[in-house]
Design a protein around this ligand. Sequence first.
Ligand code: SF4
Ligand code: SF4
Length: 446
Amino acid sequence: MNSFRACGPIHKRVKPMTDMISLCHNQYLYLCDYNQIINSSIKDLFLENSQDRKVTTTDVPISKEILMNRIAKLPQIIFEVSANCNLRCKYCVYNNNYYNQRELSPEMMNTEISKKALDYIYSFINNRKDKTLSLSFYGGEPMMNMKTVKAIIEYGKKLFAQWELYFNMTTNLTLLNHDILEFLVENNIALMVSLDGGKENHDSKRVYTNNTGTFDTVMENLQKIYNYDPDYFRRKVSFSSVFSFDLSLIAQYEFFKTNPLIQKSRIRFSTVNTFDTTYYQSYPYKKDEFERDIKTIFSSVKAKIKNNEELTGYETYLFSDFKKIGDALKGRRHTTLGGSCLFDSRLFIDAEGRFHVCEKINHTFSFGDVENGFDFEKMSAITHDFIQTQKETCGKCNLKYLCTVCFASFGGDGKFRINSEFCRTQRQVIAANLENYIQCKEEKLM
Ligand code: SF4
Ligand code: SF4
């Protein structure tokens, strides 16, 4: 039986030469083969029931028929309407700081490509029972090509006339004007706005091509949206907030906690990748400060829960990580290993009309285009390669049921490969989340 001795933030509390995680009042052991944490005081009870909990790993079948079935379930199509952007954010994955990533380019998706894409996908999904579909606009910056955004919505509504369509856009919100605002509201388009915290954090990374910050413009445009239609703002505007490890997490947290316009909005929090990049050679990684800050924030969130105080959007998102690990421990992840989509959760179509698994993977894993359709042999080969790589590397790893590995994390230059830096980061994040999850359980906060 393999077991996971927690490392990272828990490290100092681990008893040497044991597999126990010592937390709060008890000792814990993570049993990776059973994907379960046990409290050492109930070990016997666990072992009695453990057989039912064992999770087995099976290959995903990769025939053309299976692939077509998966595509028929597609809930989301993401259009790279613009491969260009009016900003040059310091950590952008599309600048040359990242290995094996595409770069920003002047390419714009034309309306002809977008219509061909819709026709082609329609032919695969029109017979299914579930008549809901999301059409998403991505970049670069999608507001640089509103002509194609409008064409997709107009044609999509005609083609999928009996369907429930959802529209959403990921945007830096610097190009908003009155016409665009009217169009967004009229079509109920959900906006995911990139905002990295207060002016200091945001402007140090999210800049125009002349290196000036964009914070003031983004905040003005948010206020314009709110003034135009507060209800739309509350329902449809959410935020993507990226944290770079050279900055202050507390400053970011305070901004989202106290800003009256956005403190209740939904927020997705992520950190700048530490692997496959030269980024942190320019911006020093302040690991100790980050760990200290996250503990402070966690204590503050716990205190609010104990006092029945409402959490802000930022706090809710941070807290949800511990719930997610709880779900993973109950075996609720829907994929074989990790969080990969395997063609059934989204399709990314780039500005030139090529198909990709998602918006995050580089372009060396393309599997067809709007002219020639899906290349099922390539899809099958990609799936096979991915599963083999996972079996060889993750199969023996004691984090295999908790890790969020996916196509994009393994994507090298046309070949999947394990990335030791990714694994190291996963160990740290999982150890921290397990610790916080157990504390919440012990304190009966979830
Ligand atoms: S707005 Fe997005 S695509 Fe544009 S430079 Fe910034 S991170 Fe890159
Ligand atoms: S990607 Fe790395 S950490 Fe994650 S399951 Fe595979 S080997 Fe383990």
